[in-house]
Design a protein around this ligand. Structure first.
Ligand SMILES: *[C@@H]1O[C@H](CO)[C@@H](O)[C@H](O)[C@H]1NC(C)=O
Ligand SMILES: *[C@@H]1O[C@H](CO)[C@@H](O)[C@H](O)[C@H]1NC(C)=O
Ligand SMILES: *[C@@H]1O[C@H](CO)[C@@H](O)[C@H](O)[C@H]1NC(C)=O
Ligand SMILES: *[C@@H]1O[C@H](CO)[C@@H](O)[C@H](O)[C@H]1NC(C)=O
Ligand SMILES: *[C@@H]1O[C@H](CO)[C@@H](O)[C@H](O)[C@H]1NC(C)=O
Ligand SMILES: *[C@@H]1O[C@H](CO)[C@@H](O)[C@H](O)[C@H]1NC(C)=O
Ligand SMILES: *[C@@H]1O[C@H](CO)[C@@H](O)[C@H](O)[C@H]1NC(C)=O
Ligand SMILES: *[C@@H]1O[C@H](CO)[C@@H](O)[C@H](O)[C@H]1NC(C)=O
Ligand SMILES: *[C@@H]1O[C@H](CO)[C@@H](O)[C@H](O)[C@H]1NC(C)=O
Ligand SMILES: *[C@@H]1O[C@H](CO)[C@@H](O)[C@H](O)[C@H]1NC(C)=O
Ligand SMILES: *[C@@H]1O[C@H](CO)[C@@H](O)[C@H](O)[C@H]1NC(C)=O
Ligand SMILES: *[C@@H]1O[C@H](CO)[C@@H](O)[C@H](O)[C@H]1NC(C)=O
Length: 802
């Protein structure tokens, strides 16, 4: 039975006690999750023909084979489901990661999710997904372990924020659906991850003390409204876009491991969002057998207990035993297999799917183990899947670069004759092209010499080449006969005589390259760029009054030098992938007009982010209390710009901000009801749940229209952004003052104007009511602001639905 009454009783209590953000967070309400059982069975909604094929397949399986279908095994890929030759099933090959097929040779390394979000370009988001889909498929992978929407980015220091898109759930929601549509259009299965509340790397997994006590993983304690309006929002987009699989995360939520949390898996994901595919565990994230299965987990990866290779599993033959002894229903096991095989048949992976590339570099996780199961491999190794994808990588690298400052027409460069290229991020790599191997792993600041095109850990990619900034600048400067002088040693640069080798000096322009390492498993220790960045900028600006700072960063940076008058331009280039230098030179020399926008806020100081910091301390690091790691998400909905706006705090560069070499304006905002009636109800009309939830949540109720003009004298693109101001709800947590609910990237010639429409869905206009357990349109005025950033509104209006 379903324990809805139980859920409501708990959340009613939460309103009074956990509601007010400042005073009365009651931790005791967050020590358990409401039970939601049984696990909803898939109906194959939207995938009906494939469900019938999955059922026929299932009918032929023995109990042992069924157990094998839901349990990872050794094999050529990062995750493997064994083939069943008798049934013509070649098994499943699961490969990392969100920006590349991680270990593969002759494959592309695309710009990171963060860079992709900074482009605010739906078309590029889709094309990146499409090309990744082609590459994974070309290498014989059935499932890509990406895209990432968790972490969302609650903590500015989160080590994996760059793998995902943006702390804004709407921007992330659009980015993830475009990515999934692109990937799955090729026949590849996407796996959206990490579900849910995986907002820090610190203590993401349990640890063991010296005396053998298990200290449990951090618990993300999240109230129900915040869960819906922030953290699970983009997962709903992912489900709606037809994602085949969801990876549950390492952390706990309200005290219960994400891979055995029936409220988040059975309740929110499968029941409310109508997810029809399968949930797989993060690697080693399974902590039980039957309880996890009944809570909604469908596949154990990699099929071992803990992260490392061993031949036991909470699943595997324990499933056979559990069915035989009656503790697990075979119907639930059958549902798990239907959930796994329906997307497989829907995406036609049973017909003409490429075989796994036999290159030794293709998998890796288990490649040192003796493989007991024979996977059919292709006959050709090192298949080159890159095609012409470098063109997109170069374009998206530029599109995701944000021009934050540009005074005295510093940019674009006008054939400067004497260029200095400074900083350890400017040059080529010196330690190899793969950041998931020694000496790149597990150093808080990564490697010293070489530019940073991507981050580290399972979300990285093996580069087949790299265009570093220095090389690209030299090539471009040669066209003008310019002098290029470089110093890459930050220790030297941060000393007073550090620039003394330059001649003539000062150069016409000093390009300073800073970087910020970030990787899986480790949160950042600082929001400053690494390697003495502040000292380097100060040293350069003391000599050079035309200093242009470029950052390559796995997340946001604070920029204490931003207002230094000798810093004439700043470019946040994020993690651009392998065409890094070309993407940048295109912008420096004006071949591409910058159009990236910040997908996060750059505040003035690191302390400004302390409202939602990493849960960590020396006491926690040495605790003997198994349950000590508790991360209370007390700030509720108010993360990133929602926090800074609510508390009216000034920032360095706001969410959505970015300059162009041209100027743009927005006018003529109008808002109309397109529903065709004046009787819109506050609750969504009941309807059969389909993937994405109640389909009426996606009905377009209103449409806003603006005119966008290029008022400058060169062609370029801009990003009109629509923000809503939804009503405050009495005795509820604060509603953010503005929330992003629409954006478009628009390319315009000088003097040209165009009309841009923003469709507002029922979900866009609603808040999640914990009382009613429903999306509700509140009575009251809804403000509409359209502008060029979250703090640069050009036109405002308002309307009332109720
Ligand atoms: C929280 O406290 C701040 C400063 O004391 C105040 O400005 C703000 O309105 C309070 N917010 C809520 C939700 O009570
Ligand atoms: C977490 O606890 C809060 C407060 O009791 C509750 O509103 C919310 O639904 C819980 N969420 C989960 C996933 O347990
Ligand atoms: C399973 O067996 C049935 C006959 O019992 C057959 O029609 C069907 O094609 C088989 N399915 C698969 C996937 O082998
Ligand atoms: C079954 O699960 C237990 C943990 O509950 C584990 O110790 C054991 O090794 C598993 N059995 C197999 C055969 O994997
Ligand atoms: C049934 O099997 C499961 C899996 O091995 C085991 O955890 C459980 O204790 C068994 N239950 C009974 C009643 O034997
Ligand atoms: C970098 O500069 C420092 C300070 O001058 C020097 O000690 C160090 O040897 C230099 N590093 C390299 C790799 O030359
Ligand atoms: C530069 O950074 C390194 C390591 O972060 C540090 O040891 C060194 O003292 C710094 N040098 C300067 C001049 O700040
Ligand atoms: C800016 O550069 C000039 C040299 O052109 C220098 O004299 C001045 O001190 C610099 N200012 C700062 C703040 O570094
Ligand atoms: C910048 O430095 C150059 C070269 O030293 C000098 O000619 C110019 O006047 C300076 N500009 C400003 C605004 O200080
Ligand atoms: C967490 O705290 C420990 C102990 O104080 C410290 O060593 C570690 O660097 C901290 N981690 C982060 C990401 O701040
Ligand atoms: C280990 O230490 C914890 C905390 O001091 C204590 O509760 C527990 O009993 C100890 N376990 C063993 C096996 O000594
Ligand atoms: C009210 O809504 C219903 C159902 O959408 C529609 O048929 C009817 O025409 C609407 N009435 C008005 C006055 O808009």
């Amino acid at each position: 039975m379903h324990h809805h009454l139980n859920t409501i009783a708990v959340t009613l209590a939460a309103i009074g006690l956990a509601g007010a953000q400042n005073s009365s967070w009651n931790h005791n309400l967050f020590t358990s999750s409401p039970p939601v059982y049984p696990s909803p069975e898939t109906a194959g909604t939207g995938w009906e023909a494939a469900l019938a094929q999955a059922e026929a397949f299932l009918a032929n399986l023995t109990l042992e084979e069924k157990a094998g279908m839901v349990t990872g095994c050794s094999g050529p890929c990062v995750g493997n489901i064994a083939p069943i030759e008798r049934l013509g099933f070649d098994g499943l090959c699961l490969q990392d990661g969100p920006l590349a097929i991680r270990q593969a040779t002759y494959a592309s390394v695309f710009p990171a999710g963060l860079t992709t979000a900074a482009s605010w370009d739906k078309g590029l988001m889709y094309t990146r997904g499409l090309y990744m889909g082609q590459e994974f498929k070309g290498k014989g992978a059935n499932v890509a372990l990406g895209p990432v929407v968790g972490p969302l980015g609650r903590n500015a220091r989160g080590g994996r924020n760059w793998e995902g898109f943006s702390p804004d759930p709407f921007l992330t929601g659009i980015a993830v659906e475009q990515t999934i549509w692109g990937m799955q259009s090729t026949g590849l299965q996407a796996c959206v991850k990490h579900y849910i509340g995986n907002e820090q790397e610190t203590q993401r997994n349990p640890s063991i003390t010296k005396n053998g006590t298990t200290i449990e993983a951090v618990s993300s304690n999240i109230d129900d409204r915040t869960m819906h309006e922030l953290y699970s929002w983009p997962f709903a987009n992912a489900v709606r876009s037809g994602v085949a699989s969801v990876m549950c995360s390492y952390n706990r939520v309200n005290g219960s491991y994400s891979c055995e949390n029936s409220k988040t898996l059975n309740g929110i994901l499968k029941e409310e969002f109508g997810f029809q595919g399968y949930v797989m565990s993060d690697w080693g994230g399974t902590h039980s057998g039957v309880p996890s299965i009944n809570a909604g987990l469908d596949m154990d990866m990699p099929g071992t207990i803990g992260f490392f290779v061993s031949d036991n599993s909470y699943f595997g033959s324990n499933i056979t035993t559990a069915v035989n002894n009656g503790s697990l229903s075979e119907a639930r096991l059958d549902d798990m297999i239907k959930r796994i095989m329906t997307p497989y048949f829907h995406l036609k992976q049973n017909t003409d799917y490429p075989s796994i590339d036999p290159s030794g570099a293709i998998g890796g996780f288990f490649s040192v183990e003796p493989t007991t199961v024979q996977f059919p491999l292709g006959t050709v190794a090192n298949v080159d899947v890159r095609a012409n994808h470098a063109t997109l990588i170069r374009e998206l690298g530029s599109a995701g670069t944000v021009l934050l400052k540009n005074v005295n027409n510093a940019l674009p460069l006008k054939a400067p004759k004497n260029i200095a290229v400074l900083g350890n991020d400017a040059g080529d790599l010196i330690n190899g092209e793969y950041f998931d191997s020694s000496p790149y792993s597990q150093n808080a600041f990564g490697f010293e010499y070489g530019t940073l095109p991507v981050g580290g850990g399972s979300g990285t990619g093996r580069m087949s080449y790299l265009v570093d900034p220095l090389t690209a600048i030299k090539a471009r400067a040669a066209q003008d006969g310019s002098l290029v002088q470089w110093i890459l040693n930050n220790t030297l640069l941060s000393t007073p005589s550090g620039l003394s080798s330059l001649a003539p000096s000062p150069p016409d322009v000093c390009l300073v390259f800073l970087k910020t390492w970030a990787q899986e498993g480790l949160d950042r220790s600082t929001l400053l760029a690494d390697w003495n960045s502040t000292a380097v900028v100060e040293s350069v600006t003391s000599v050079c009054n035309n200093t242009i700072v470029v950052t390559h960063s796995g997340g946001l940076n604070v920029m204490p030098w931003a207002n230094n008058p000798n810093v004439t331009a700043i470019l946040a280039a994020h993690l651009p992938g392998t065409e890094s230098g070309n993407s940048l030179v295109d912008i420096l020399y004006g071949d591409v007009n910058p159009s990236g926008r910040l997908p996060y806020t750059i505040a003035k100081t690191q302390e400004d982010y302390s409202f939602a910091d990493i849960t960590n301390s020396t006491a926690l690091a040495t605790t003997t209390n198994p349950n000590a790691w508790q991360s209370d998400f007390e700030e509720g909905l108010l993360i990133d710009y929602r926090h800074f706006d609510y508390y009216n705090q000034s920032v360095q560069y706001e969410f959505g901000f970015g300059l162009s070499y041209s100027t743009f304006d927005i006018s003529s905002l109008s808002v109309s009801n397109v529903y065709g009636g004046s009787n819109i109800t506050s609750t969504p009309p009941p309807a059969k749940i389909i993937p994405g939830g109640n389909p009426t949540l996606w009905d377009v109720l209103y449409r806003a229209t603006v005119t966008v003009s290029n008022t400058g004298d060169i062609a370029g693109a801009t990003v009109p952004q629509l923000y809503l101001s939804l009503p405050q709800i009495p005795s509820e947590d604060p509603t953010p003052l503005h929330v992003l609910r629409g954006f478009e990237k628009v390319s315009l010639q000088p003097g040209q104007s165009t009309v841009v429409n923003f469709d507002l869905t029922r979900r866009d206009l609603s808040y999640w009511s914990v009382f009613q357990q429903e999306w509700i349109i509140a009575a009251g005025e809804i403000g509409v602001s359209v502008g060029l950033s979250s703090r640069d509104f050009k036109a405002t209006s308002s309307f009332r639905v109720l």
